[in-house]
Write a protein of this length. Structure first.
Length: 309
C-alpha cells in the first residue's frame, strides 16, 4: 500500500498511509501538520503505563476498603477433632471452660458454647445433611437448655480494634442449626431451633442488638449453612462483637456460627470516585486502541468522518 503526499509549506509534509481521498483532503487542508512517526514499542509502553496508572488510581479510589479481620474468624484454632467432648464420651468439640486463654483462639466463650469439628458429636458434616463447616473443618457453637439448671446461654465474643469512628460496617457470618435427634418414642432429645442475638458494643459498653437470627421457625431438616449480613456504625474505634443464645422452645438446642467477616461500607462520594476512575481508564485505553487501528504504522493521520479516527 503506497503512501500519499500532499502539498507542503515551509518544507513540511503530511503523509497518509491509506488511499482515502477524505484523509488526503485533510492533509491538503492542514499542510503544516507535521508527520509523527512513533517507535514501534512506544505504543505498548504507553499502554503499560496506563494499566499501571489505572491500578494505582483504583487503589487510591478504593482506599475506603477497610477490612477488619477477626482473630480466627472460622474457629480453626485449636484443632478439636480428637478432643473428648465434655462428658459425652465422643470426640469433636471443646467447651468454653477449656478454650478461654488458648493461644490463637481470639474469641471468648462463656456459658454453653465452644468449637466443634466436622464429623464430631454435634453433627457437623453428617452424611446426607449437607452441613459441613463452610470455611475450614470447624465451626463455633452456641447452646442452651433452659430446662437444665447447669446450662447457661452460650455466648461468643471478640473485641475488634482499628475501626474508623463513624464509619458504617457490614458484618457477615454463616450460621446453621444442629441436626435434631429424637428418642425411641419420638421425643426430642437435642437439636437445633435455637435463636441468637448479635450485639455490637462500642468501647465494650452500651451494647445494642444489630441482628437477631431465628431458627425456632425453621424445619428441623433445614440444616445447610446460610450467610447472614447486617450493618452498624462504629461509635468508637474499638468494640465487642457478641453472639448470644436465646431458646424460646425449651430443650437442649444448638446453632453453629462460622466465617465471621467485617467490611467497611464505601461512602457515596468514594463510589463515584471509583466509577469515574474506571471510566477514565476505559476512555484512555479506547483512544489508544482506536489509534492503533487507524494508524498502525504510527503516522500522524488527520481526522476522517469515514474512518471515525
Amino acid at each position: 500500500m503506497s503512501a500519499h503526499t500532499a502539498g507542503s509549506t515551509a518544507g513540511s509534509t503530511c503523509r497518509v498511509n491509506l488511499p482515502d481521498p477524505w484523509m488526503e483532503a485533510g492533509c491538503i487542508l492542514n499542510p503544516t501538520r507535521e508527520p509523527k512517526m512513533e517507535i514501534p514499542g512506544n505504543w505498548e509502553q504507553r499502554m503499560h503505563f496506563h494499566r499501571i496508572a489505572g491500578i494505582l488510581l483504583l487503589l487510591r479510589c478504593c482506599g475506603w476498603a477497610n477490612i477488619i479481620v477477626p482473630t480466627d474468624p472460622s474457629f480453626e484454632t485449636p484443632d478439636v477433632s480428637d478432643v473428648l467432648c465434655g462428658t459425652s464420651g465422643y470426640d469433636g468439640c471443646e467447651y468454653s471452660s477449656l478454650l478461654d486463654g488458648s493461644a490463637g483462639v481470639g474469641w471468648t466463650f462463656t456459658g454453653s458454647s465452644g468449637i466443634t469439628s466436622d464429623g464430631g458429636i454435634f453433627g457437623l458434616d453428617t452424611p446426607g445433611d449437607n452441613n459441613p463447616a463452610p470455611d475450614g473443618t470447624q465451626s463455633s457453637f452456641i447452646q442452651y437448655d433452659p430446662n437444665n439448671p447447669a446450662s447457661f446461654p452460650g455466648d461468643i465474643n471478640q473485641t475488634l480494634a482499628a475501626l474508623a469512628l463513624g464509619q458504617s460496617y457490614v458484618l457477615s457470618f454463616e450460621a446453621a442449626q444442629r441436626p435434631e435427634i429424637l428418642g425411641p418414642t419420638g421425643n426430642f432429645l437435642y437439636g437445633g431451633g435455637l435463636d441468637f442475638y448479635v450485639y455490637w458494643c462500642p468501647g465494650d459498653i452500651n451494647c445494642s442488638v444489630i441482628d437477631f437470627v431465628q431458627f425456632d421457625n425453621q424445619l428441623p431438616t433445614y440444616l445447610s449453612f446460610a450467610e447472614y449480613t447486617t450493618t452498624f456504625t462504629a461509635g468508637a474505634t474499638s468494640g465487642e462483637l457478641e453472639f448470644q443464645a436465646y431458646d424460646p422452645l425449651g430443650g437442649d438446642r444448638s446453632d453453629f456460627i462460622d466465617d465471621v467477616q467485617l467490611d467497611s461500607v464505601p461512602e457515596p462520594s468514594n463510589r463515584l470516585m471509583v466509577l469515574s476512575g474506571i471510566g477514565l481508564i476505559g476512555f484512555g485505553l479506547r483512544r489508544r486502541l482506536v489509534r492503533l487501528i487507524c494508524d498502525p504504522d504510527g503516522l500522524s493521520v488527520p481526522a476522517s468522518p469515514r474512518t471515525a479516527c
